[in-house]
Design a binder for this molecule. Structure first.
Ligand SMILES: Cc1ncc(COP(=O)(O)O)c(C=O)c1O
Length: 403
């Protein structure tokens, strides 16, 4: 944790914890690095589902070409916060109300998930027009990936053969402009695997469009750039990805490539900071019971990994009995929930962990608070803090916002 964040945590009282701390300067720098690595012909959208915190969205707005949203709720939220940003609206199971909202709010792109959805759209057009991408589930071998959304039977997008029926619907609905195709096939791919997939997808897309005389203006290859929770310093290689895209794009001179990463953009800027409430030994194994848990940070339960963490020692101990501690041994860090699934990290070696020490979980900026089951057991919500070096700190106070 960098000094500005440690300083902020140091000024928190125990009842501020658990706390989400967002490092906005490093988010800004990371987004800038991503943008700078990508060729100009690549449009970078941020998938708001990863973390739609208002200050995160506003910070990213200056570095991305737009946002990808996947519900009417996300659409309203992102539009309210960044009214001028282009928005692509995707996701399965859009309701009629959501499709009408997409038309009313003039989203830049609508990603169509099925022929039925397209037909529903045609009934809502009246005098309005819309640019669409058809989402395809291409049968490609994705190998070992963290999360596969396509390449096999799935509820996402359409089989290539089903696209032809969509072309017929579009031919009879001139207010629907087909801009291209959308594919989000997998999450968790490293740069070289992503490049191989993009290459395969673009070659297929061009061939598909050529055979049907479709004027293919753009292909959105989705997000899914890998984030390795076991190796926090081994981030997705945006430089290699950007460099590898150049020769691929050179083979498709008239195509705009869109990407819509989420996790790889915001995972690193968020910290979930909490405190050790108890240290227990059960049948020979050490457990640290923390304030909060997976109802605030569901990521390790959802992805079945150990959330990386740092111990922030807190030396004050005013009790009359010995301070419970674990020393030089593997400890399982759990939360306050009455379920054995409430585990944030399992049997991780620690040098020393004591009741009252603070623990800062890293990589908690994506699919963290917003995917967690907040209501379970009715514990208080975490507090939210934003470290921004541009802010002039007022001694003894800090920006503090309850969610
Ligand atoms: C259609 C679509 N686009 C983009 C994303 C973002 O993926 P990631 O956060 O892995 O980059 C997702 C995630 O589920 C998605 O479903």
């Amino acid at each position: 944790m960098r000094p500005a964040l440690l300083d902020r945590v140091g000024r928190m009282i125990d009842d501020d914890l658990p706390a989400y701390v967002y490092d906005l300067p490093s988010l800004r720098e990371h987004a800038h690095t991503i943008r700078a690595a990508l060729p100009e012909r690549v449009e970078l959208l941020y998938a708001a589902k990863a973390n739609s915190d208002p200050r995160i969205l506003r910070t990213l707005n200056k570095h991305v070409d737009g946002f990808e949203v996947a519900s009417g709720g996300e659409l309203s939220h992102v539009q309210r916060l960044t009214p001028d940003a282009p928005i692509a609206f995707g996701g399965p199971g859009k309701t009629q109300t959501e499709l009408a909202q997409a038309l009313d709010s003039e989203v830049e792109r609508l990603h169509i998930e099925s022929q039925h959805e397209l037909r529903l759209l045609t009934t809502l057009l009246s005098d309005r027009s819309i640019d669409v991408l058809l989402r395809v589930n291409l049968p490609v071998d994705l190998g070992q990936v963290a999360l596969a959304m396509g390449g096999h039977p799935s509820p996402f997008g359409m089989d290539p053969a089903q696209l032809d029926q969509c072309l017929e619907v579009i031919a009879s609905a001139p207010r629907i402009r087909l801009r291209g195709l959308h594919l989000h096939l997998a999450s968790g791919l490293e740069a070289q695997a992503q490049l191989a997939l993009v290459d395969k997808v673009l070659t297929w897309a061009q061939g598909w469009a050529y055979k049907r005389a479709v004027d293919l203006a753009e292909v959105n290859v989705g997000g899914g750039m890998g984030v390795d929770y076991a190796h926090p310093h081994k981030a997705f290689d945006w430089t290699a990805f950007g460099a590898g895209l150049r020769p691929i794009l050179a083979r498709h001179p008239h195509l705009t490539l869109r990407i819509e990463p989420g996790r790889s953009v915001t995972a690193y800027c968020g910290w979930y900071v909490t405190q050790v409430l108890d240290i227990k030994f059960s049948h020979g194994q050490a457990f640290a019971v923390l304030r909060g848990g997976t109802h605030h940070l569901r990521t390790p339960a959802a992805k079945q990994h150990d959330q990386p963490f740092e111990v922030i020692p807190h030396d004050v101990w005013l009790r009359t009995w010995d301070r419970p501690e674990a020393r030089a041994e593997p400890v399982t860090l759990v939360g306050q929930l009455c379920t054995p699934k409430d585990v944030l990290a399992r049997r991780v070696m620690v040098e020393r962990l004591r009741v009252g020490d603070r623990v800062a979980f890293a990589m908690a900026g994506a699919y963290a608070w917003n995917i967690s089951h907040h209501a379970f057991l009715m514990h208080p919500h975490p507090t939210f803090h934003y470290v921004d070096d541009a802010e002039v700190p007022v001694p003894g106070t800090y920006a503090h916002q309850m969610s």
